[in-house]
Design a protein around this ligand. Structure first.
Ligand SMILES: Cc1cc2nc3c(=O)[nH]c(=O)nc-3n(C[C@H](O)[C@H](O)[C@H](O)COP(=O)(O)OP(=O)(O)OC[C@H]3O[C@@H](n4cnc5c(N)ncnc54)[C@H](O)[C@@H]3O)c2cc1C
Length: 522
């Protein structure tokens, strides 16, 4: 039997790993910090032998609870650092612990960049981004990270260290029959983005094992390194803010803008604009929503030309237009969005921001319906919401902001979760555009993908992890799945030392996810 790894079981350490960025607090049984891939292999073999559940983890900034659990947390956020650039091949070799910002900063002097740009880039690790198939504002043009992964280095539950590369084929672990491919075709969401379920659709297209592993949320393998494909930084940018008095305008405006090949089409709903206003931001009156649009082009003239096309083409719909023809102007436009976060962070302790329906994505032409119906559901259940996100992909983030002193707030949250799930099903959407399923959405997959495909998801899981030691309850639900149990707020919250609870709250408010978690326990 492989030797027992060095497990940290002190309550203070375990408490420091009890929360991620989403809604949950779950105190793990232990934490392990493997120092290299070989040691990680030993941890995996020991867990497979003893049937011990493991939770692989990066910075813990993932929203739906894939980064926490009652088993042993495997912290991969520090040991696998380092970024090397191969400029001739436009590739960055990054350790799984290297953040998007570290990859980007190292690539910049070579005139290169990693195009998908998660807003959490300062702290999201390469391992975490690959395992959630992360995306960002620029994904409307450049897709999610899947397109930019050349290869990953992985450790399996048998302790084997392997490299899995783009174009290297299936690895012959898992195959889809012609009938199953048809089912995949019929059942997978027809949205521009999807991080829900295992990516059998991408696998059916490419035949690459890599596509099975990207987005698998630490349920199949552990990642120790990523080879990122980079591209030259485009020379010029220009942008425009377009305000609309009516959400119905989005049905025409967003597809029109997407056809102009923008590098971002971000939406701020009036629910979010009210926070910008509270923070002293300049918000024109009477807007239902604001779109921030950016174009990257080979020349300043081409970028400005695209802005002109956007403004002229939508003149009959817009209530407000502000253009930005240089970097300083663009900074001013984007500052509006940035103002909302501190305003949200300043909410009173009794009004918590909870991500329970935070990642829905719908076909572009249904975006206006999605936002309007979601707003109505939130009002019906007395849960204030802040809505914003990646309009160009039909993908909206929603922060639910319940008053936790109001009797019935948990039921209201549950009703909102149920209503938004039904709405996404009706609109042909997916419950996750970029964050993944985690524990929060695992039990919904039967409804979105149907029992036959969920059986295929389970078969895939068995091929990689027959004893289900890697992140049980994530993507495939636990038998007693309850999406809104184990909340980090409310009467039933798991007890942890007060000072650590305060530090975790501070991490959440300040976006301090890059802080190594053992430091929180000191
Ligand atoms: C303020 C804020 C903004 C955000 N903005 C975005 C955004 O724009 N786009 C976006 O896509 N997401 C966003 N997120 C969510 C989050 O940052 C991403 O999901 C990110 O990719 C998670 O990286 P992480 O290192 O924190 O991983 P974690 O949260 O620690 O883990 C996420 C998942 O990956 C698995 N995992 C992590 N590392 C490994 C590994 N080495 N091996 C195997 N499995 C592993 C975990 O088990 C878990 O299931 C945001 C979060 C916050 C708090």
């Amino acid at each position: 039997m492989p030797p027992k790894p060095h497990l940290l079981t002190d309550l203070r350490i375990r408490a420091a790993y009890a929360e991620g960025a989403g809604i949950y607090r779950i105190v793990p049984q232990a934490v392990v910090l493997p120092r290299d891939a070989r040691e990680l292999g030993g941890v995996l073999r020991w867990a497979a032998d003893t049937g011990t559940p493991l939770v692989p983890r990066g910075s813990g900034s993932g929203m739906p609870g894939g980064n926490l659990g009652r088993g042993v947390i495997v912290d991969c956020s520090t040991a696998f650092g380092g970024v090397q650039i191969d400029a001739a091949r436009s590739v960055a070799r990054a350790g799984a612990s290297a953040t998007w910002a570290q990859v980007t900063d190292t690539a910049r002097p070579y005139g290169l960049r990693l195009p998908p740009d998660p807003s959490s880039g300062a702290f999201a690790t390469s391992g975490g981004m690959v395992m959630t198939n992360a995306a960002g504002p620029r994904s409307v043009r450049y897709g999610s990270v899947r397109r930019w992964v050349e290869a990953i280095e992985i450790v399996g539950v048998d302790g084997e260290i392997r490299r899995v590369a783009r174009g290297a084929g299936s690895g012959e672990r898992f195959a889809l029959s012609a009938e199953q491919r048809q089912l995949v075709d019929a059942k997978f969401p027809k949205t521009r983005k999807n991080s829900s379920g295992y990516a059998l659709d991408e696998y059916a297209r490419s035949g690459d094992e890599l596509d099975l592993l990207i987005g698998s949320e630490g349920t199949l393998v552990c990642v120790t390194g990523v080879e990122w494909r980079l591209e030259p930084i485009p020379p010029d940018q220009a942008g425009v803010a377009l305000g609309f008095g009516d959400l119905a305008a989005l049905g025409e405006a967003v597809p029109y803008l997407v056809a102009l090949n923008p590098s971002a089409v971000e939406l701020l709903d009036r629910t979010l604009l009210s926070f910008v206003e509270d923070a002293g931001g300049p918000v024109p009156p009477g807007l239902a929503c604001l779109l921030l649009v950016e174009f990257e082009r080979e020349s300043a003239a081409a970028a400005r030309g695209a802005v002109g096309d956007a403004v002229r083409g939508l003149r009959h719909l817009t209530a407000h237009v502000e253009t930005a023809v240089d970097r300083a102007g663009l900074e001013r436009l984007w500052a509006v969005r940035r103002l909302a976060s501190p305003a949200l962070a300043r909410l009173p302790e009794t009004q918590r921001s909870l991500q329970v329906v935070e990642d829905g994505c719908v076909p572009l032409e249904r975006l206006g319906d999605y936002i309007a119906t979601l707003r109505a559901a939130a009002a019906r259940h007395s849960i204030p919401v802040a809505i914003f996100g990646h309009a160009g992909d039909g993908h909206m983030h929603v922060n639910a902001l319940p008053d936790t002193t109001r009797p019935g707030w948990t039921e209201g949250l549950r009703d909102l979760y149920d209503d938004v799930t039904a709405l996404l099903l009706e609109l042909g959407g997916t419950p996750s555009g970029e964050h993944g399923d985690g524990r929060l959405r695992a039990g919904l997959l039967q409804r979105f993908f149907g029992p036959e495909l969920v059986a295929q998801f389970a078969a895939l899981k068995r091929r990689y992890d027959p004893r289900s030691i890697l992140n049980p309850g994530v993507i495939l639900p636990a038998a007693d799945w309850q999406p809104l149990a184990d909340l980090k707020v409310g009467a039933a919250v798991a007890p942890i030392p007060d000072d650590i609870a305060l530090r975790l709250r501070d991490v959440e408010r300040s976006g301090g996810w890059a802080v190594p978690k053992p430091e929180l326990a000191r």
